[in-house]
Design a protein. Sequence first.
Length: 312
Amino acid sequence: MTSTQHQTYSASRSFARSHMRSDGRSADRPAFRIERELAVALDLEAISVHYQPQYDVATGRCCGVEALARWMLPTGENVAPSAFIPAAEQFGMIHALGRLILKKACETMSSWCSPGAEPLTLSVNVSTLQIDAAFSRLLEKTLKQFSFPARQLELEITESALIVNPERTIDYLNDWKKLGVRIAIDDFGTGYSSLNYLTRLPVDRLKIDRSLVQRLALDFKSVSIMRLILALATELGFDVIAEGVETKQELRILADLGCPKVQGYLLGRPMPARQAQIALTKTCRDVIKPTFGDPVAGRESHATRSPVNMAR
Ligand SMILES: [Ca+2]
């Protein structure tokens, strides 16, 4: 079996596992049909976008959303993103998928913008395989097409983008920055790469991986690592958002450490556009209040002692 065949087989197996029904029997669609089904879904633009809200810890207000691809089969079955996104990469469809998500998300967010409204950041995930000249052209075209403010678009890339061809990646990221968009390092803290790369990248934000966030309440060493990341971000002038926040205890620790922004099931799950539009007009005070007591007093004292805020 060649390396490509092996990868294809693995992707098919992964898709098959994701299609297993709860009783353990195979779902109706054989795994080998994923390529064709995904191609059809992309052709019909049947992949939808859900939006997960992101919150400013100090104000409790929604400050942005992350656009996440969702695929529902005609049978009503949802295909897990952890199955179809790697499959799209394996079968050469990640460009089409990325194009569709960027287009739909910019179109939707443009329709939400109203004069005087607080600007929200739209975070869009970019696969390492998408980082090329064609994506830079697509970015420019899409921003123009929807008159989308570039400063409100944030592209999330992972550290793995730097492993294959760091020089080329840095050149493309600089091209994106020239267009005015923001860049975030996704899954930060899991890449095992040298921190030295942070000094060379035009990065605006670190997105702390959920695996670290979920250890905060269990392990004081994780709290120390989080504190160091926040101090490092302050030194380098980066914004920080913690993802995968699922409990009030995690939120309390992050707030006490001075983490400025949070995202996670505790505050809001990914949701369809119409629902998200309503959610983003609300604050997360209902969650923050029992966490901090009086939300106003709580955030003032928190902001005062925050190592992040002190440096800004
Ligand atoms: Ca992401």
